[in-house]
Ligand binder design. Structure first.
Ligand code: S6P
Ligand code: ZN
Length: 185
């Protein structure tokens, strides 16, 4: 059986090898994501908020395979909110995922089907299991790049529409210097 191999720099999270794709999300791409839209518009639209790398050894949607990726989330703020990922559900709702932090510090924000939102601290070495049926997003609460490795089923898919239209039920905001989940009105 053919094996498929890439390299992971475990210090930085950088992937190298074949079949690696990814996306970059700038301030301009993240219109409507943050609470303070005026603060977002005041930033340089070309500023990179995060970039991803994704190793897809099988076609997306194929049942039984696994994907591996790294997300590099820059430090920064939009108003009192930290730079964060868009956040998503998996299209196949039951699909779970692992996140392993390698650099920086931040927060994994999880929302269950009842729209109950919690967060867990991320720092180098923390491994988080994201259960199925759980929307997930990451915020960088530190001053350096937050890099985390992820592993998820190849048939998970990503549903961004629900979060784009309904958001999470709470936002992680800087309240007096402390990352605090604040319920949305
Ligand atoms: C994929 C996994 C991550 C995210 C990445 C960017 O299931 O959860 O690779 O895609 O952290 O976040 P988002 O919400 O923009 O896809
Ligand atoms: Zn995911």
């Amino acid at each position: 059986m053919a094996s498929t191999q890439i390299k992971v720099d475990v210090q930085t999270g950088e992937l190298s090898g074949d079949k690696i794709g990814g996306v970059t999300r700038t301030v301009d791409d993240l219109k409507g994501l943050f609470r303070d839209e005026a603060a977002r518009q005041a930033l340089d639209p070309h500023t990179v908020v995060y970039r991803t790398q994704e190793f897809a050894p099988v076609p997306a949607g194929q049942e039984g395979g696994l994907f591996w990726g790294t997300t590099f989330l820059e430090p920064g703020r939009v108003g009192d909110e930290y730079f964060m990922t868009k956040g998503h559900h998996h299209t196949q709702r039951s699909r779970a995922e692992f996140y392993l932090t390698v650099t920086g510090s931040g927060a994994l924000i999880l929302m269950d089907e009842k729209r109950h939102t919690v967060f867990a601290p991320m720092r180098p070495g923390t491994l988080h299991y994201i259960p199925g049926n759980t929307a997930h997003r990451v915020a960088n609460t530190g001053d350096t790049v937050l890099a985390f490795l992820a592993c998820w089923p190849s048939d998970s898919g990503h549903n961004y529409e629900i979060i784009a239209s309904h958001g999470f039920s709470a936002r992680l905001r800087d309240v007096g210097g402390v990352p605090t989940l604040v319920e949305e009105p």
